[in-house]
Design a protein around this ligand. Structure first.
Ligand code: FES
Length: 116
């Protein structure tokens, strides 16, 4: 336990992010080291660090399908729920962040893992 209280930030309303699309939340807004990508996949919302662990590519620009995002640069795929690598060339998992929906508003909790 770090003892730090992580607070959520409202990043969008439900409907602002189409199914199969992602929103790139800049680092200045998240207060986090990297921008964070919030993904909408078939009614579920997930968040990962935006910059691919393999190179300088924005996963918010990637292809989202069936619980995974494919990096637009070299096509590595990551699990949206866990950040785990699903296929090469990436070998390092993405960091996850918790996303919650309250009253049709999408809230992001930067620095809090999705499973925490
Ligand atoms: Fe993402 Fe290479 S930069 S797979």
């Amino acid at each position: 336990m770090s003892g730090i209280t992580h607070t959520g930030i409202r990043v969008a309303a439900v409907g602002d992010i189409e199914d199969g699309e992602a929103l790139r939340v800049p680092a200045e807004q998240t207060g986090h080291g990297d921008a964070i990508a919030v993904f909408h996949d078939d009614g579920a919302y997930h968040a990962l660090d935006d910059t691919c662990t393999h190179g300088r590519a924005s996963l918010a620009d990637g292809w989202i399908e069936a619980g995974e995002v494919e990096c637009p640069l070299h096509s590595a795929r990551f699990c949206l729920r866990t950040g785990a690598v699903q296929c090469m060339p990436a070998t390092v998992a993405m960091r996850t962040h918790r996303v919650e929906v309250h009253d049709d508003e999408i809230w992001l909790y930067p620095g809090t893992g999705a499973a925490e």
